[in-house]
Design a protein around this ligand. Structure first.
Ligand SMILES: Cc1ncc(COP(=O)(O)O)c(C=O)c1O
Length: 464
Protein backbone atom coordinates (compact mmCIF):
# COMPACT_ATOMS: atom_id res chain seq x y z
CA UNK A 1 0.00 0.00 0.00
CA UNK A 2 2.76 2.41 0.99
CA UNK A 3 5.05 3.82 -1.73
CA UNK A 4 7.77 5.84 -0.04
CA UNK A 5 11.49 5.75 0.60
CA UNK A 6 10.87 6.59 4.28
CA UNK A 7 11.35 3.40 6.36
CA UNK A 8 7.93 2.32 7.67
CA UNK A 9 9.11 1.74 11.19
CA UNK A 10 8.68 3.61 14.46
CA UNK A 11 12.03 4.47 16.03
CA UNK A 12 12.78 6.60 19.07
CA UNK A 13 16.44 7.56 19.53
CA UNK A 14 15.97 10.58 21.84
CA UNK A 15 13.34 11.96 24.18
CA UNK A 16 10.41 13.66 22.38
CA UNK A 17 11.26 16.40 21.55
CA UNK A 18 14.97 15.64 21.12
CA UNK A 19 17.88 18.08 21.55
CA UNK A 20 17.97 19.28 17.93
CA UNK A 21 14.22 19.95 18.02
CA UNK A 22 14.67 21.80 21.33
CA UNK A 23 17.28 24.02 19.68
CA UNK A 24 14.96 24.77 16.78
CA UNK A 25 12.13 25.42 19.22
CA UNK A 26 14.26 28.09 20.92
CA UNK A 27 14.87 29.70 17.50
CA UNK A 28 11.17 29.42 16.74
CA UNK A 29 10.29 31.14 20.03
CA UNK A 30 12.56 34.05 19.15
CA UNK A 31 11.43 34.38 15.53
CA UNK A 32 7.84 33.18 15.11
CA UNK A 33 4.74 34.96 16.41
CA UNK A 34 3.42 33.17 19.52
CA UNK A 35 -0.11 33.13 18.07
CA UNK A 36 1.02 30.38 15.70
CA UNK A 37 1.20 27.53 18.19
CA UNK A 38 2.65 24.02 17.90
CA UNK A 39 1.00 20.77 19.02
CA UNK A 40 4.04 18.48 19.03
CA UNK A 41 7.37 20.33 18.79
CA UNK A 42 9.43 17.84 16.78
CA UNK A 43 10.91 19.49 13.70
CA UNK A 44 10.42 17.39 10.60
CA UNK A 45 12.99 16.48 7.95
CA UNK A 46 11.07 13.85 5.99
CA UNK A 47 7.74 12.04 5.96
CA UNK A 48 6.04 9.35 3.92
CA UNK A 49 3.49 6.56 4.26
CA UNK A 50 2.67 6.41 7.95
CA UNK A 51 5.96 7.83 9.29
CA UNK A 52 7.23 11.32 10.15
CA UNK A 53 11.03 11.66 10.62
CA UNK A 54 12.41 14.40 12.87
CA UNK A 55 15.74 16.27 13.02
CA UNK A 56 16.95 14.01 15.85
CA UNK A 57 16.40 10.86 13.78
CA UNK A 58 13.18 9.82 15.54
CA UNK A 59 10.55 8.14 13.38
CA UNK A 60 7.02 8.80 14.61
CA UNK A 61 3.80 7.13 13.51
CA UNK A 62 1.58 9.69 11.80
CA UNK A 63 -1.99 9.71 13.09
CA UNK A 64 -2.64 13.31 12.06
CA UNK A 65 -1.86 13.63 8.32
CA UNK A 66 -1.07 17.31 8.88
CA UNK A 67 -4.74 17.72 9.95
CA UNK A 68 -6.36 15.46 7.34
CA UNK A 69 -4.27 16.73 4.42
CA UNK A 70 -1.87 14.01 3.29
CA UNK A 71 -4.55 11.39 2.67
CA UNK A 72 -2.39 9.98 -0.17
CA UNK A 73 0.71 9.92 2.06
CA UNK A 74 3.26 12.63 2.69
CA UNK A 75 5.57 13.39 -0.25
CA UNK A 76 3.56 10.86 -2.24
CA UNK A 77 5.88 9.97 -5.17
CA UNK A 78 3.22 10.62 -7.83
CA UNK A 79 2.39 14.00 -6.28
CA UNK A 80 6.08 14.89 -5.85
CA UNK A 81 6.81 14.02 -9.50
CA UNK A 82 3.85 16.08 -10.74
CA UNK A 83 4.94 19.03 -8.59
CA UNK A 84 8.54 18.81 -9.86
CA UNK A 85 7.47 18.60 -13.51
CA UNK A 86 5.07 21.53 -13.21
CA UNK A 87 7.57 23.63 -11.24
CA UNK A 88 10.12 23.05 -14.00
CA UNK A 89 7.61 24.09 -16.68
CA UNK A 90 6.12 27.22 -15.06
CA UNK A 91 5.20 28.09 -11.48
CA UNK A 92 2.69 30.90 -11.94
CA UNK A 93 0.94 33.03 -14.48
CA UNK A 94 -2.28 33.80 -12.55
CA UNK A 95 -5.18 31.91 -14.11
CA UNK A 96 -7.06 35.22 -14.41
CA UNK A 97 -4.29 36.69 -16.59
CA UNK A 98 -3.17 33.83 -18.84
CA UNK A 99 -4.85 30.48 -18.08
CA UNK A 100 -3.52 26.92 -18.17
CA UNK A 101 -5.03 23.45 -18.54
CA UNK A 102 -4.33 22.14 -15.01
CA UNK A 103 -6.84 24.54 -13.44
CA UNK A 104 -9.55 23.44 -15.87
CA UNK A 105 -8.71 19.75 -15.35
CA UNK A 106 -9.00 20.09 -11.53
CA UNK A 107 -12.40 21.77 -11.96
CA UNK A 108 -13.50 18.98 -14.32
CA UNK A 109 -12.38 16.36 -11.79
CA UNK A 110 -14.23 18.10 -8.93
CA UNK A 111 -17.38 18.49 -11.05
CA UNK A 112 -17.24 14.75 -11.83
CA UNK A 113 -16.46 13.54 -8.31
CA UNK A 114 -18.63 15.65 -6.00
CA UNK A 115 -22.18 14.41 -5.26
CA UNK A 116 -24.96 15.25 -7.76
CA UNK A 117 -25.28 14.42 -11.45
CA UNK A 118 -26.37 17.93 -12.53
CA UNK A 119 -24.24 20.42 -14.46
CA UNK A 120 -21.56 21.90 -12.19
CA UNK A 121 -18.85 24.52 -12.11
CA UNK A 122 -15.87 24.96 -9.77
CA UNK A 123 -13.61 27.81 -8.73
CA UNK A 124 -10.21 27.35 -7.07
CA UNK A 125 -8.69 29.14 -4.09
CA UNK A 126 -5.76 28.78 -1.67
CA UNK A 127 -7.18 27.73 1.68
CA UNK A 128 -10.26 26.19 3.18
CA UNK A 129 -11.30 29.47 4.78
CA UNK A 130 -11.07 31.21 1.42
CA UNK A 131 -13.26 28.53 -0.16
CA UNK A 132 -15.91 28.99 2.55
CA UNK A 133 -15.82 32.79 2.13
CA UNK A 134 -16.34 32.37 -1.59
CA UNK A 135 -19.21 29.91 -1.11
CA UNK A 136 -20.93 32.66 0.91
CA UNK A 137 -20.23 35.28 -1.79
CA UNK A 138 -21.65 32.99 -4.46
CA UNK A 139 -24.74 32.05 -2.44
CA UNK A 140 -25.47 35.73 -1.68
CA UNK A 141 -25.06 36.70 -5.34
CA UNK A 142 -27.41 33.87 -6.36
CA UNK A 143 -30.14 34.30 -3.74
CA UNK A 144 -29.88 38.08 -3.29
CA UNK A 145 -30.23 37.32 0.44
CA UNK A 146 -27.75 38.03 3.23
CA UNK A 147 -28.11 35.70 6.22
CA UNK A 148 -25.77 32.74 6.66
CA UNK A 149 -26.68 29.90 8.99
CA UNK A 150 -24.14 27.65 10.71
CA UNK A 151 -24.07 25.23 13.64
CA UNK A 152 -22.86 24.86 17.21
CA UNK A 153 -19.39 23.23 17.30
CA UNK A 154 -18.79 24.21 13.66
CA UNK A 155 -15.36 25.28 12.39
CA UNK A 156 -14.89 27.05 9.08
CA UNK A 157 -11.60 28.97 9.33
CA UNK A 158 -9.72 31.94 10.72
CA UNK A 159 -10.48 34.83 8.34
CA UNK A 160 -12.93 37.47 9.55
CA UNK A 161 -16.04 35.97 7.97
CA UNK A 162 -15.05 32.38 8.79
CA UNK A 163 -14.25 33.34 12.40
CA UNK A 164 -17.83 34.58 12.57
CA UNK A 165 -19.00 31.24 11.14
CA UNK A 166 -16.86 29.28 13.62
CA UNK A 167 -18.48 28.39 16.94
CA UNK A 168 -15.56 28.21 19.35
CA UNK A 169 -14.21 31.35 21.02
CA UNK A 170 -10.86 30.12 22.32
CA UNK A 171 -8.48 30.06 20.52
CA UNK A 172 -10.12 30.96 17.23
CA UNK A 173 -12.04 34.18 17.92
CA UNK A 174 -11.01 35.53 21.30
CA UNK A 175 -9.94 39.23 21.09
CA UNK A 176 -10.25 39.26 17.28
CA UNK A 177 -13.70 40.83 16.87
CA UNK A 178 -15.78 42.55 15.65
CA UNK A 179 -16.98 39.77 13.38
CA UNK A 180 -18.91 39.80 10.12
CA UNK A 181 -22.66 40.33 10.57
CA UNK A 182 -25.67 38.29 9.44
CA UNK A 183 -24.35 34.99 10.80
CA UNK A 184 -26.76 32.81 12.82
CA UNK A 185 -26.02 29.61 14.72
CA UNK A 186 -28.28 26.59 15.18
CA UNK A 187 -28.02 23.70 17.64
CA UNK A 188 -26.21 20.69 16.16
CA UNK A 189 -27.11 17.03 16.36
CA UNK A 190 -24.54 15.71 18.85
CA UNK A 191 -25.90 12.27 19.75
CA UNK A 192 -23.67 11.66 22.79
CA UNK A 193 -24.42 15.01 24.44
CA UNK A 194 -28.06 15.19 23.24
CA UNK A 195 -28.78 11.87 24.96
CA UNK A 196 -26.93 13.01 28.04
CA UNK A 197 -29.08 16.15 28.17
CA UNK A 198 -32.22 14.02 28.02
CA UNK A 199 -33.15 15.26 24.53
CA UNK A 200 -34.52 13.11 21.73
CA UNK A 201 -31.17 12.41 20.02
CA UNK A 202 -32.65 11.13 16.75
CA UNK A 203 -31.69 12.96 13.56
CA UNK A 204 -35.19 14.20 12.71
CA UNK A 205 -35.77 15.49 16.25
CA UNK A 206 -32.41 17.31 16.31
CA UNK A 207 -33.16 18.80 12.87
CA UNK A 208 -36.57 19.99 14.08
CA UNK A 209 -34.90 21.75 17.04
CA UNK A 210 -32.39 23.44 14.72
CA UNK A 211 -34.92 24.47 12.09
CA UNK A 212 -37.24 25.89 14.69
CA UNK A 213 -34.44 28.28 15.74
CA UNK A 214 -33.89 29.22 12.10
CA UNK A 215 -37.60 29.86 11.56
CA UNK A 216 -38.02 31.91 14.74
CA UNK A 217 -34.79 33.89 14.80
CA UNK A 218 -33.84 34.37 11.15
CA UNK A 219 -36.67 33.53 8.78
CA UNK A 220 -35.99 31.16 5.90
CA UNK A 221 -36.67 33.85 3.29
CA UNK A 222 -33.66 35.84 4.58
CA UNK A 223 -31.15 32.99 4.38
CA UNK A 224 -28.65 32.86 1.52
CA UNK A 225 -26.70 29.81 2.67
CA UNK A 226 -26.66 27.14 5.34
CA UNK A 227 -23.16 25.75 5.89
CA UNK A 228 -22.52 22.47 7.65
CA UNK A 229 -19.69 19.95 8.03
CA UNK A 230 -21.18 16.47 7.38
CA UNK A 231 -18.95 15.31 10.25
CA UNK A 232 -17.68 18.23 12.31
CA UNK A 233 -13.89 18.43 12.49
CA UNK A 234 -12.34 20.84 14.98
CA UNK A 235 -15.60 20.80 16.98
CA UNK A 236 -14.93 17.20 18.05
CA UNK A 237 -15.55 14.80 15.13
CA UNK A 238 -19.26 15.02 15.80
CA UNK A 239 -21.24 12.76 13.51
CA UNK A 240 -24.87 13.89 13.40
CA UNK A 241 -27.57 11.29 14.00
CA UNK A 242 -28.91 9.58 10.84
CA UNK A 243 -31.57 11.67 9.15
CA UNK A 244 -30.32 15.01 10.52
CA UNK A 245 -28.47 16.14 7.39
CA UNK A 246 -31.24 14.91 5.09
CA UNK A 247 -33.90 16.89 6.99
CA UNK A 248 -31.73 20.02 6.93
CA UNK A 249 -30.97 19.64 3.20
CA UNK A 250 -34.65 19.10 2.43
CA UNK A 251 -35.60 22.27 4.31
CA UNK A 252 -32.97 24.24 2.36
CA UNK A 253 -34.30 22.99 -0.96
CA UNK A 254 -37.89 23.77 0.03
CA UNK A 255 -36.92 27.32 1.07
CA UNK A 256 -34.48 28.33 -1.68
CA UNK A 257 -31.49 28.27 0.70
CA UNK A 258 -28.13 27.24 -0.78
CA UNK A 259 -27.06 24.11 1.14
CA UNK A 260 -23.26 24.17 1.47
CA UNK A 261 -21.44 21.04 2.66
CA UNK A 262 -18.08 22.02 4.12
CA UNK A 263 -16.10 18.90 3.18
CA UNK A 264 -12.74 20.53 3.80
CA UNK A 265 -11.77 18.01 6.50
CA UNK A 266 -14.06 15.13 5.51
CA UNK A 267 -13.37 15.08 1.77
CA UNK A 268 -11.20 12.98 -0.52
CA UNK A 269 -11.81 9.55 0.93
CA UNK A 270 -11.19 10.43 4.58
CA UNK A 271 -14.48 9.05 5.95
CA UNK A 272 -14.69 5.96 3.72
CA UNK A 273 -16.65 7.70 0.98
CA UNK A 274 -15.07 10.12 -1.45
CA UNK A 275 -17.19 12.81 0.25
CA UNK A 276 -18.90 12.33 3.62
CA UNK A 277 -22.21 13.68 2.25
CA UNK A 278 -22.47 10.49 0.18
CA UNK A 279 -22.89 8.31 3.28
CA UNK A 280 -26.56 9.27 3.54
CA UNK A 281 -27.04 10.23 -0.09
CA UNK A 282 -27.00 13.98 0.63
CA UNK A 283 -26.54 16.13 -2.50
CA UNK A 284 -25.34 19.61 -1.51
CA UNK A 285 -25.86 22.64 -3.75
CA UNK A 286 -22.25 23.67 -3.13
CA UNK A 287 -19.30 21.74 -1.68
CA UNK A 288 -16.19 23.38 -0.24
CA UNK A 289 -12.98 21.34 -0.40
CA UNK A 290 -9.31 21.85 0.53
CA UNK A 291 -6.87 19.81 2.68
CA UNK A 292 -6.86 16.32 1.06
CA UNK A 293 -7.34 17.75 -2.43
CA UNK A 294 -3.68 18.19 -3.35
CA UNK A 295 -1.50 15.91 -1.20
CA UNK A 296 -0.17 18.80 0.90
CA UNK A 297 0.00 21.62 -1.63
CA UNK A 298 -2.25 24.61 -0.81
CA UNK A 299 -5.41 24.40 -2.88
CA UNK A 300 -9.13 24.76 -2.17
CA UNK A 301 -12.31 24.81 -4.18
CA UNK A 302 -15.99 25.59 -4.32
CA UNK A 303 -17.95 23.21 -6.55
CA UNK A 304 -21.64 23.08 -7.23
CA UNK A 305 -24.72 23.67 -9.32
CA UNK A 306 -23.82 25.60 -12.47
CA UNK A 307 -26.63 28.13 -12.08
CA UNK A 308 -25.51 29.02 -8.54
CA UNK A 309 -21.77 29.05 -9.29
CA UNK A 310 -22.32 31.25 -12.36
CA UNK A 311 -24.34 33.84 -10.41
CA UNK A 312 -21.24 35.82 -9.40
CA UNK A 313 -20.33 38.45 -12.02
CA UNK A 314 -17.15 38.17 -14.12
CA UNK A 315 -14.15 39.28 -12.06
CA UNK A 316 -16.07 38.82 -8.78
CA UNK A 317 -14.21 35.65 -7.82
CA UNK A 318 -10.54 34.75 -7.93
CA UNK A 319 -7.22 35.94 -6.54
CA UNK A 320 -3.56 36.06 -7.48
CA UNK A 321 -2.67 32.52 -6.47
CA UNK A 322 -5.99 30.65 -6.49
CA UNK A 323 -5.53 27.45 -8.51
CA UNK A 324 -1.77 27.86 -8.72
CA UNK A 325 -0.43 25.54 -11.48
CA UNK A 326 1.88 23.59 -9.14
CA UNK A 327 -0.98 23.01 -6.68
CA UNK A 328 -3.23 21.94 -9.56
CA UNK A 329 -0.65 19.43 -10.82
CA UNK A 330 -0.44 18.04 -7.27
CA UNK A 331 -4.23 17.81 -7.06
CA UNK A 332 -4.54 15.92 -10.32
CA UNK A 333 -1.91 13.41 -9.13
CA UNK A 334 -3.51 13.10 -5.68
CA UNK A 335 -7.00 12.59 -7.12
CA UNK A 336 -5.64 9.94 -9.48
CA UNK A 337 -4.04 8.16 -6.48
CA UNK A 338 -7.26 8.35 -4.44
CA UNK A 339 -9.35 6.92 -7.26
CA UNK A 340 -6.99 4.32 -8.72
CA UNK A 341 -5.93 2.95 -5.32
CA UNK A 342 -9.43 3.13 -3.83
CA UNK A 343 -8.22 5.09 -0.83
CA UNK A 344 -11.82 5.60 0.32
CA UNK A 345 -12.02 1.80 0.63
CA UNK A 346 -8.75 1.88 2.50
CA UNK A 347 -10.22 4.46 4.90
CA UNK A 348 -13.07 2.03 5.62
CA UNK A 349 -10.52 -0.70 6.40
CA UNK A 350 -8.67 1.66 8.74
CA UNK A 351 -11.95 2.28 10.56
CA UNK A 352 -12.57 -1.46 10.80
CA UNK A 353 -9.14 -1.95 12.39
CA UNK A 354 -9.22 1.06 14.70
CA UNK A 355 -12.80 1.24 15.94
CA UNK A 356 -12.85 -2.07 17.87
CA UNK A 357 -9.62 -1.07 19.62
CA UNK A 358 -10.99 2.37 20.50
CA UNK A 359 -14.24 0.82 21.77
CA UNK A 360 -12.02 -1.46 23.86
CA UNK A 361 -10.61 1.66 25.53
CA UNK A 362 -14.13 2.77 26.39
CA UNK A 363 -14.83 -0.60 28.05
CA UNK A 364 -11.59 -0.43 29.99
CA UNK A 365 -11.55 3.19 31.18
CA UNK A 366 -14.39 5.07 32.84
CA UNK A 367 -12.93 8.35 31.52
CA UNK A 368 -13.74 7.42 27.92
CA UNK A 369 -17.22 8.85 27.37
CA UNK A 370 -17.72 8.26 23.67
CA UNK A 371 -15.99 6.70 20.66
CA UNK A 372 -17.12 7.88 17.23
CA UNK A 373 -16.28 8.64 13.63
CA UNK A 374 -16.20 6.97 10.24
CA UNK A 375 -13.42 5.55 8.11
CA UNK A 376 -10.10 7.16 8.99
CA UNK A 377 -11.69 10.09 10.89
CA UNK A 378 -12.07 8.71 14.41
CA UNK A 379 -12.24 10.19 17.87
CA UNK A 380 -12.41 9.40 21.56
CA UNK A 381 -14.17 11.91 23.85
CA UNK A 382 -12.77 12.00 27.39
CA UNK A 383 -14.83 12.79 30.48
CA UNK A 384 -14.30 13.00 34.21
CA UNK A 385 -14.34 9.33 35.28
CA UNK A 386 -17.81 7.87 35.38
CA UNK A 387 -19.52 11.16 34.41
CA UNK A 388 -20.15 13.01 31.16
CA UNK A 389 -18.31 16.18 32.24
CA UNK A 390 -15.68 17.06 29.60
CA UNK A 391 -12.12 16.26 30.72
CA UNK A 392 -9.79 18.46 28.68
CA UNK A 393 -6.88 17.88 31.05
CA UNK A 394 -7.12 14.12 30.65
CA UNK A 395 -7.26 14.49 26.86
CA UNK A 396 -4.13 16.65 27.04
CA UNK A 397 -2.41 14.06 29.23
CA UNK A 398 -3.26 11.16 26.91
CA UNK A 399 -2.20 13.21 23.90
CA UNK A 400 1.14 13.93 25.54
CA UNK A 401 1.59 10.28 26.53
CA UNK A 402 0.97 9.35 22.87
CA UNK A 403 3.58 11.88 21.74
CA UNK A 404 6.14 10.45 24.19
CA UNK A 405 5.58 7.05 22.59
CA UNK A 406 6.31 8.36 19.11
CA UNK A 407 2.77 8.96 17.87
CA UNK A 408 1.66 12.14 16.13
CA UNK A 409 -1.79 12.63 17.63
CA UNK A 410 -4.10 15.65 17.82
CA UNK A 411 -6.81 16.83 20.14
CA UNK A 412 -9.92 18.85 19.27
CA UNK A 413 -13.45 19.59 20.44
CA UNK A 414 -15.46 22.50 21.75
CA UNK A 415 -14.46 21.40 25.23
CA UNK A 416 -10.89 20.44 24.21
CA UNK A 417 -11.52 16.90 25.44
CA UNK A 418 -11.44 14.89 22.22
CA UNK A 419 -8.51 12.89 20.85
CA UNK A 420 -8.75 12.58 17.12
CA UNK A 421 -7.10 10.11 14.78
CA UNK A 422 -6.51 10.94 11.12
CA UNK A 423 -3.90 8.53 9.74
CA UNK A 424 -2.77 8.86 6.13
CA UNK A 425 -4.95 6.48 4.11
CA UNK A 426 -1.82 4.67 2.87
CA UNK A 427 -0.56 3.76 6.37
CA UNK A 428 0.47 0.09 6.66
CA UNK A 429 -1.60 -2.27 8.79
CA UNK A 430 1.30 -3.27 11.07
CA UNK A 431 2.09 0.34 11.85
CA UNK A 432 -1.55 1.03 12.57
CA UNK A 433 -1.78 -1.91 14.99
CA UNK A 434 1.43 -0.84 16.71
CA UNK A 435 -0.08 2.65 17.09
CA UNK A 436 -3.23 1.19 18.65
CA UNK A 437 -1.16 -0.74 21.22
CA UNK A 438 0.73 2.44 22.06
CA UNK A 439 -2.51 4.41 22.40
CA UNK A 440 -3.74 1.74 24.83
CA UNK A 441 -0.48 2.10 26.81
CA UNK A 442 -0.93 5.88 26.89
CA UNK A 443 -4.47 5.50 28.26
CA UNK A 444 -3.19 3.05 30.91
CA UNK A 445 -0.47 5.49 31.96
CA UNK A 446 -2.99 8.30 32.40
CA UNK A 447 -5.39 5.96 34.25
CA UNK A 448 -2.61 5.27 36.77
CA UNK A 449 -2.39 8.97 37.58
CA UNK A 450 -6.06 9.07 38.62
CA UNK A 451 -7.29 8.47 42.19
CA UNK A 452 -7.39 4.69 42.72
CA UNK A 453 -11.19 4.34 42.77
CA UNK A 454 -11.51 6.14 39.44
CA UNK A 455 -8.55 4.54 37.72
CA UNK A 456 -9.09 0.79 38.11
CA UNK A 457 -9.10 -0.28 34.46
CA UNK A 458 -10.93 -3.37 33.27
CA UNK A 459 -8.72 -5.97 31.56
CA UNK A 460 -7.33 -4.80 28.24
CA UNK A 461 -9.34 -6.34 25.39
CA UNK A 462 -7.63 -7.99 22.43
CA UNK A 463 -7.15 -5.18 19.93
CA UNK A 464 -6.62 -7.40 16.90
C1 LIG B 1 -14.33 21.93 8.08
C2 LIG B 1 -13.27 22.96 7.86
N1 LIG B 1 -13.57 24.09 7.21
C3 LIG B 1 -12.65 25.04 6.98
C4 LIG B 1 -11.36 24.90 7.42
C5 LIG B 1 -10.34 25.98 7.16
O1 LIG B 1 -9.38 25.52 6.26
P1 LIG B 1 -7.97 26.28 6.15
O2 LIG B 1 -7.24 26.00 7.42
O3 LIG B 1 -7.32 25.64 4.94
O4 LIG B 1 -8.27 27.71 5.94
C6 LIG B 1 -10.99 23.74 8.11
C7 LIG B 1 -9.63 23.56 8.64
O5 LIG B 1 -9.37 22.83 9.56
C8 LIG B 1 -11.97 22.74 8.34
O6 LIG B 1 -11.69 21.63 9.01
Amino acid sequence: MTQTSVPQERKLVTAIPGPRSEELLARRNAAVAQGVSIGLPVFVTAAGGGIVVDVDGNQLIDLGSGIAVVNVGNANPAVAAAVAAQAAAFTHTCFMVTPYEGYVAVCEALNRLTPGDFEKRSALFNSGAEAVENAVKIARAYTKRQAVVVFDHGYHGRTNLTMALTAKNMPYKHSFGPFAPEVYRLPMSYPYRDEDAGLDASGPAAAARALSVLDKQVGAQNVAALIIEPIQGEGGFIEPAPGFLAAIAEYCTANGIVFVADEIQTGFGRTGDLFASEHEGIVPDLVTTAKGIAGGMPLAAVTGRAEIMDAAHAGGLGGTYGGNPVACAAALAAIEEIESRDLAGRARQIGEIMLPALHGLAKRHSFVGNVRGRGAMLAVELVEPGTSAPAAQLAGAVNKACHQRGLVTLSCGTYGNVLRFLPPLVIGEELLKEALDLIADAFDEVAKSLPAAEAAPSPRPDTD
